[in-house]
Design a protein around this ligand. Structure first.
Ligand SMILES: [Zn+2]
Length: 128
């Protein structure tokens, strides 16, 4: 499966159930740019190496095909990614950090909080 096999001894692997729920939340589209990418990854907002877990609040469904993909850009520029909540420092609870997420419903990006049950709540807050 696409980019889901993780071998870190620190974090936790994305289970098939969580991946299904993540894909369902994303409606099959990249949660940053909206691309209906064939090749996608479950991106950890708090990195596994910093204790990030494979929970819906900590995961984003991202296009992951080539150097211009959202996942590649996020991994290349963590400062930029933190400004949009795509990446979160290990001292934060990702469910409490807003993320600028693309919505297939509105066909636009909006600031939201993610919870671990797949919920999406609009927010006026921004990442600190
Ligand atoms: Zn994308």
């Amino acid at each position: 499966m696409f980019g889901l096999a993780r071998t870190s001894s620190v974090g936790t692997a994305v289970t098939p159930t969580t991946h299904r729920d993540l894909r369902g939340r994303a409606l099959g589209c990249c949660e940053v740019c909206g691309a209906r990418a064939g090749f996608v990854s479950a991106h950890y907002r708090v990195d596994e190496a910093e204790g990030g877990r494979a929970t819906l609040g900590n995961l984003l469904y991202l296009c992951d095909s080539g150097a211009s993909s959202c996942r590649a850009q996020i991994l290349q520029d963590s400062l930029w990614a933190r400004g949009f909540g795509f990446t979160v420092g290990g001292t934060f609870e990702p469910c409490d950090v807003p993320v600028l997420r693309w919505s297939r419903w509105t066909r636009a990006s909006q600031w939201v909080l993610l919870n671990n049950r797949g919920g999406i709540t609009p927010t006026n807050r921004r990442p600190r």
